[in-house]
Ligand binder design. Structure first.
Ligand code: IPD
Ligand code: CA
Length: 272
């Protein structure tokens, strides 16, 4: 199959932005009872709004594009036949959402033949939507106005403001805490805002210098990875691999190699 043209990319990006916007509007009016259930651990929550947001996204994205695939955190999983697959997180940062804290986001990513090509991360409580399509640049939209974004120029670890997050399983959290115990004295400071997708967009927008996290899934990083790469940041796993569950790293291009090498030295990508 031939790669999508710029016109098609723009059309798919608009579809992704519209879907993320509709889901954000839905999520801003939660019901009194969020009907909380738990998943892998008692702290890994899913609410009725995660499920409603996912079904809204799927019906919006596949309307007239029934042969596309879709992968969503709350269970959507079909391969499709068109070569395109939507990768969605209906709420990234569910714990923030549950507690009424700002910073959760809606993530809509799109792959073509396995390559990420479109990304939208909408964080309505911050009043911002980040979006990008491959080759078309990365943008921050606030109050209806879009501006191109770019990462910071901080080149050294001691000056690097670094975002991270933690998994839900306590063995994984203990491992992550050990890595952070060594890293924290070597960097400027740490931010744990609660949405991995927003963390990666902050690298794209120069609001943090780097991010790393173990245990992320494609719905957490795929949309944001398109935005960060289009902005000029580097998003990868260890040793030239793509971002993955062992370790996802994003940083500005002058910091990335040093940050990657230190994380590797610390064993941050080891299986737990
Ligand atoms: C979580 C958030 C959080 C990160 C966790 C993710 P969820 O996603 O991105 O920041 O630290 O690893 O699981 O569960 O809220 O969609
Ligand atoms: Ca989620």
């Amino acid at each position: 199959m031939t790669a999508p043209t710029a016109d098609l990319l723009n059309e798919l990006l608009t579809r992704a932005r519209d879907a993320a916007q509709a889901a954000s509007v839905l999520l801003l009016s939660p019901p009194a009872d969020l009907a909380i259930e738990t998943k892998a651990t008692p702290t890994d929550a899913v609410t009725v709004m995660d499920k409603r947001s996912e079904s809204l996204l799927v019906s919006h994205l596949l309307d007239g594009r029934e042969s596309d695939g879709v992968l969503g955190e709350e269970g959507s999983n079909r391969p499709g036949t068109s070569g395109f697959r939507w990768v969605i997180d209906p709420i990234d940062g569910t714990v923030n959402y549950l507690y009424g804290l700002p910073g959760w986001s809606v993530c809509v990513g799109l792959e073509y033949e396995g390559e990420p090509i479109v990304g939208v991360v909408s964080a309505p409580t911050y009043g911002v939507t980040y979006y990008a399509a491959r080759g078309l640049g990365a943008f921050r939209e606030t109050s209806g106005a879009s501006e191109p974004i770019s990462p910071s120029h901080v080149a050294d670890l001691p000056m690097a403001l670094t975002a991270t997050g933690f998994g839900y399983a306590s063995t994984q959290r203990a491992f992550q805490a050990e890595i952070l115990r060594t890293l924290l004295p070597e960097i400027r400071d740490i931010r744990r805002a609660g949405s991995a997708a927003v963390d990666i967009c902050w690298v794209a927008d120069g609001k943090v210098d780097a991010v790393y996290e173990k245990g992320l899934n494609p719905w957490d990083y795929l949309a944001a990875s398109v935005i960060a790469r289009e902005a000029g940041a580097v998003v990868a796993g260890l040793d030239g691999r793509g971002p993955n569950a062992d370790l996802t790293i994003a940083a500005n291009p002058v910091l990335f190699a040093k940050f990657h090498d230190r994380l590797k030295q610390l064993g941050a990508g080891k299986p737990v």
